[in-house]
Every structure is written in structure tokens, then in C-alpha cells.
Design a protein. Structure first.
Length: 139
């Protein structure tokens, strides 16, 4: 079992763990997700039709308008939000979305999480300490 540690900067505190859902595509809040199901609905997105519910969402950042906070807040209320989010590029959209979801969120990593974390890896996020522990899935 291979374990890897990453260090990042806290956006929203807390501790959570779960299976990783990774995309190299930015995510649009308004029109890009269905908050009732937690599914990405943006046409041509690599996760189109996939739900981030109960996953650790690893992605480069947000795109689009300010709908991020509204749609991801609705996902939290519907119980479909991810357990935690890890992202590379901070914008007001994604930072406010993280605050509205009230899930652990980290950014500004010592290494690119998109080059280390893969779909299905088990990820423990301790945003209070700024630590991500990745347990690689079995090969």
C-alpha cells in the first residue's frame, strides 16, 4: 500500500476522507452541475454524467460566472456535495463555493495533486493542518 502526503493551504477547515474523483477540466457551477444529484452536466466535460456526491473532488479550479456559490450551496442542502475539495487555482468563485459547501478545502499545494491523485485513490483531507494523505488504489 503506497501512501503519499501533500501539503496545502487551508481555505475551509475540517477533516474528511473518501474516494477521489479527479478531473483535469475546470468546473462551471451555473449550468455545469445538477445540484439535486451532484452530477456534472456540462456537455463535453470529462465527468459529464458523473456525481461528485460523497467524493473528494480534485480539480484545477472553477470557470464561468458567480453561480458557483449558489449551485454548490444547493448541492450541500440537497446532500450531494463532495466530502472535500482540492484545487489548484483559487478564484473568488471557487473560494466562496467552498465556504458555502462547508466542506474541507485546500489549495496552493507543495506538489500538483492532479499529477499524484487518481480516480479511486483513498484520500484523507485534514484542512486544519493543511495535509492530504493519499492511499493509492490497488493496481
Amino acid at each position: 500500500m503506497t501512501r503519499i502526503l501533500l501539503h496545502g493551504r487551508k481555505v475551509v477547515g475540517g477533516v474528511s476522507e473518501g474516494e477521489a474523483l479527479v478531473t483535469r477540466d475546470t468546473i462551471s457551477g451555473w449550468g455545469g452541475i445538477d445540484p439535486r444529484t451532484g452530477k456534472v452536466v456540462e456537455t463535453h466535460h470529462e465527468l459529464c454524467g458523473v456525481s461528485f456526491k460523497d467524493k473528494i473532488l480534485v480539480f484545477p479550479g472553477a470557470k464561468g460566472s458567480s453561480g458557483w456559490s449558489q449551485y454548490f450551496h444547493l448541492a450541500r442542502l440537497a446532500g450531494t456535495a463532495p466530502k472535500a475539495i482540492l484545487y489548484n487555482r483559487t478564484t473568488t468563485k471557487v473560494a466562496l463555493g467552498a465556504v458555502m459547501m462547508r466542506v474541507p478545502a485546500l489549495t496552493d499545494f507543495d506538489r500538483d495533486p492532479l499529477s499524484i491523485i487518481e480516480n479511486g485513490d483513498w484520500v484523507r483531507v485534514d484542512a486544519d493542518q493543511g495535509i492530504v494523505e493519499v492511499t493509492k488504489k490497488d493496481s
